[in-house]
Design a protein around this ligand. Sequence first.
Ligand code: F0G
Length: 454
Amino acid sequence: FRTVIEPFRIHSVEPLRMTTAAQRRTKAAEAHYNLFQLHAEDVLIDLLTDSGTGAMSRDQWAAIQHGDESYAGSPSYYLFRDAVRHLFPYEHVIPTHQGRAAEKIFFGVLGGPGKVVPSNTHFDTTRANIEFTGAEAVDLVIPEGHDPSLVHPFKGNLDVDRLEALLTERGDDVPVVMLTVTNNSGGGQPVSLDNIRAVCEIAHRHGKPLFLDACRFAENAWFIKEREPGQADRDVVSIIQDMAACADGMTMSAKKDPMGNIGGWLALQDDELAAACRNLLILTEGFPTYGGLAGRDLEALAQGLKETVSHDYLRYRIRSTAYLADALEHAGIPCIKPAGGHAVYIDAKAMLPHIDPLHFPGQALSVALYETGGVRACEIGSVMFARQPDGSEKPAAMELVRLAIPRRTYTQSHIDYVIEVCEQVKARAGDLRGYRIVEEPPALRHFTARFAPM
Ligand code: F0G
């Protein structure tokens, strides 16, 4: 059949609160045109992030009832550990409350002034946690990864020549090589198994461990199955196990592919490194068998890990994201190509060429999507990245608006509505005006800055 259906039916529903365009214009003004400041009840379709916003299944809610809240040695921990190990067979599995907590601990041990950590593209929290220790975070994605309209099957691949050069020149300063799958900051683009193997070979030849930032590992594995020669007939579980076998460990946000509303982990082979990480874990997260999570959360994640590798689920997941991207392309709305696994990224610079990058075309588009149809997206452009450490403003490389799709949450008619809202905004794109910032904090300004229309 041509139609790829949602491989589930709805069991418990959550009402959406309808609002009028006039009400939304008032709400946007009251939020000083910062969509992070809206009450979520005033949003109709929330595409701010796919992180922790997915719908849990009947079986995950049942697993929650099974949670054991023992402080130490809970059976829920061992269930969770074994579910992780089935896919990522690392010796040490250390739960944390979310991904950035795993990063904070990991780079707390391995980072420090003078160190340099390469990746295809570090996610913001990974970069921030590396830089917080005084180390440098370096992005080495292939050149194709920087061109929004270029179609390439694995735009998340790491440039192996640049990695080889970095390790040859500054090998002593590199504690670990990272690889983000899929590459969120680069448009949710996958990394090929071939590239993972090549990065592994180079890292190991230089005596360096390879760690995956594996938040969207299942989506990445599905892309490998669909796009990489020789992989089509394989089970995604065995592809994931191959990805895992190349690496020495992982940092993880369980709020993405593992279908959790909260959670994360750090998993690794090395005993000494694991002991050092557990020592830091106890300071902030908790005892190593719960690490900032309740026993019931660990049970929900163990079940989520089984569900996320279902072929029916992944086929629907990747197709439904591409469905949105295809419709936007058909409507003449420029997007990063090809569609990512978890999100579609509109190229606001191309859509609103009359708005100067420092008047924030991505912000203008995001506010217009909200005012027009109650759709909340996320600006990933100069609001997020233009402010330089010396206080000056330098336009970001790309002005993107991310429409991130929560897992199993919205139906096709919701997405059809989003498409219609995008089309309406495009029809009056020439009338949209930029914004200026009237108040901002010293760091991470996108969360709290106040804007005024130009
Ligand atoms: N790594 C990647 C690739 C991520 O996308 C995220 C979170 C993290 C690490 C941090 O995990 O949120 O559990 O602490 N990404 C979310 C997003 C916030 O909207 O893309 P966390």
